[in-house]
Design a protein around this ligand. Structure first.
Ligand code: THU
Length: 147
């Protein structure tokens, strides 16, 4: 039991570290707020993502969605956890950065209530189940034909 907990702890720490590293790719000339994400797929593959801003600000893509879209484009559909690190560009991620509403909706498409969200400042992390950050999600099941 304890062994499994230690293993998970190591895995979460490694995922958090990948999110910190992914910040280096951020393209954020407008907000100067760099975000990195690391998405753990059910088969153990990890996809990194960063925020990619745009002069037409609404075309900006968040780090979390970059990671999801990369993974989905490669054929992945099942996910276990995502680590997120954000903060002012050029500085270590000093604050916990929670996913925006649009990213939560993208998560709702592919993730169940137990999907884990790891918010990291690079040293430690806070872990929350998806159901806590998006209660009452609107998901694919809501469009299923009514019996
Ligand atoms: N951003 C993310 O990439 N993920 C989040 O969880 C919050 C916000 C980005 C979008 C934008 O490029 C910048 O951070 C400031 O909002």
């Amino acid at each position: 039991m304890e062994e499994k907990r230690d293993k998970m702890e190591g895995l979460y720490q490694a995922l958090a570290q990948r999110a910190v590293e992914a910040r280096e790719g951020a393209y954020c000339p407008y907000s100067h707020f760099a975000v990195g994400a690391a998405l753990l797929c059910a088969d153990g593959t990890v996809y990194a993502g960063c925020n990619i801003e745009n002069a037409g600000l609404t075309a900006t893509n968040c780090a979390e969605r970059t990671a999801f879209f990369r993974a989905v484009a490669d054929g992945h559909r099942k996910f276990l956890a995502i680590a997120i690190a954000g903060g002012p560009e050029g500085e270590p991620p000093a604050q916990l950065c929670a996913p925006c509403g649009v990213c939560r909706q993208v998560m709702a498409e592919f993730c169940g209530p137990d999907f884990e969200i790891l918010l990291t400042d690079g040293t430690t992390y806070r872990r929350l189940p998806f159901r806590e950050i998006l209660p009452l999600p609107f998901g694919p099941g809501d469009l299923a034909p009514q019996g």
